[in-house]
Write a protein that binds this ligand. Structure first.
Ligand SMILES: Cc1cc2nc3c(=O)[nH]c(=O)nc-3n(C[C@H](O)[C@H](O)[C@H](O)COP(=O)(O)OP(=O)(O)OC[C@H]3O[C@@H](n4cnc5c(N)ncnc54)[C@H](O)[C@@H]3O)c2cc1C
Length: 381
């Protein structure tokens, strides 16, 4: 059995960012192997996300992760030789009376962390975004800087390419068994390593279970609808209605979706677009909130999995207390692609230097799960 220093299970944005940051670290001279079962990434979340980035979280650590994310995205063309088509158009969270207190509390956290976010009253909202019908709205929060969207699949591929250029090796195979210092592969082999990183996105819970470790991460299906409107209303931030329906421009079209109703969000549902969600949940809200969207026509759609952390909807990053050679980097629940630069950097630091050197991600460690201490993220879109 060949000895590797680091084996990364999953070569999506998170696994490839870890590989890139490790392979770029001058103090790390080990061999890095990434095991990715599907080099076409047909079902990988990093290829199927809405690829958006925001500062408007309720958890300060998420703000810090995404702040590094936006800085990284701006320098990615130089660092990774890739055009990510970054559009910094902002996020606009809308609140009804029921959501007002949470919006204000989140805004206070964000301002405390130095985010350029402002609370906007309905009259001002109507003046600045005249395409919004303000019925039922009492407040909005607009992020005027450091928020927008980009080409997520290209970011993932750029991390992969750059990791390979720096010596990381990608193996096309499936992990079917996990031990403390080895993995078993579908093709029959076994690979050993000093450190094993589980970065298998929505399938990470399944992989941890192979070693008897309970990891509360499961695949939750989300549908995305690409729609055309006859008359685009004008510059539009990524907008989140109080109902949970969200939308943003995508080229000359728009994309949008929602969170399935509680009780209709099972783990591992087949990756089939839920057209009923458009008919019954998304379109009615869009047509009421943006009159120009009444004539919206779906021109394309897809479904992907959130790597959903059922415990508190935040990333689980760091060593597994029951098996110190195993590191988790997963569970980002709808905000993983924007956090992939910071998470990759942090996990590389942990492996290469034995500690976090830039952002301290210890609060997101597995220990909070065993201790029953959730850090619940309230702004999960
Ligand atoms: C519809 C949708 C919208 C989203 N919108 C956003 C957004 O706007 N902003 C944001 O930041 N995030 C968003 N996300 C979340 C984001 O896409 C994920 O958090 C992120 O891509 C996770 O990256 P990952 O590398 O961990 O997972 P993945 O990209 O899924 O990569 C995991 C890889 O592991 C591989 N794998 C799994 N099991 C095995 C095995 N046994 N052996 C070998 N390989 C294996 C898979 O093939 C896969 O390629 C969205 C997700 C979806 C589905």
């Amino acid at each position: 059995m060949k000895q590797n220093d680091v084996l990364i299970v999953g070569g999506g944005a998170i696994g490839s960012s870890i590989a890139y940051h490790l392979a770029s670290d001058k103090d790390f001279a080990g061999r890095v192997v990434v095991i990715e079962r599907d080099p076409s990434y047909a079902r990988a979340s990093s290829a199927l996300s809405a690829s958006s980035i925001r500062q408007q979280f309720s958890t300060p650590l998420n703000i810090h992760l995404s702040r590094h994310g936006i800085e990284f995205l701006r320098t990615a063309p130089k660092l990774l030789d890739v055009d990510l088509a970054l559009k910094e158009m902002g996020y606009l969270f809308l609140a009804s009376a029921a959501g007002q207190a949470v919006l204000r509390a989140n805004n206070a956290v964000q301002r405390g962390e130095g985010c350029a976010v402002e609370l906007v009253e309905p009259a001002e909202l109507a003046r600045r975004f005249p395409w919004i019908a303000t019925d039922g709205l009492v407040l909005a929060s607009f992020g005027a800087a450091n928020e927008g969207w980009f080409d997520g699949p290209s970011l993932m591929q750029a991390f992969r390419r750059a990791a390979q250029d720096r010596g990381a090796v990608y193996v096309a195979d499936e992990v079917v068994g996990l031990g403390r210092r080895h993995v078993d592969l579908r093709t029959g082999g076994r690979m050993a390593a000093g450190t094993i990183v589980v970065a298998a996105g929505a399938w990470s819970g399944e992989i941890a279970a192979m070693a008897g470790i309970a990891l509360p991460v499961e695949p939750r299906r989300r549908s995305v609808f690409v729609f055309d409107v006859r008359r685009p209303p004008g510059p539009t931030p990524l907008t989140i209605d109080p109902s949970g329906v969200w939308f943003r421009p995508e080229g000359r079209f728009y994309i949008g979706g929602t969170t399935p109703a509680a009780g209709n969000d099972p783990a591992g549902a087949p990756l089939e677009v839920q057209h009923r969600e458009w008919d019954e949940m998304v379109w009615p809200v869009l047509a009421a909130r943006v009159p120009a969207f009444e004539a919206a026509k779906v021109v394309n759609s897809w479904a992907g999995y959130y790597d959903y952390n059922t415990f508190d909807q935040n990333g689980i990053v760091g060593r597994c207390p029951a098996a110190e050679s195993v590191i988790f980097a997963t569970g980002f629940s709808g905000h993983g692609i924007q956090q992939s630069p910071a998470v990759g950097r942090a996990v590389a630091e942990l492996i290469a230097h034995g500690e976090y050197r830039t952002l301290d991600l210890r609060p997101f460690g597995y220990e909070r799960i065993s201790a029953g201490r959730p850090i619940r993220e309230l702004n999960v879109v």
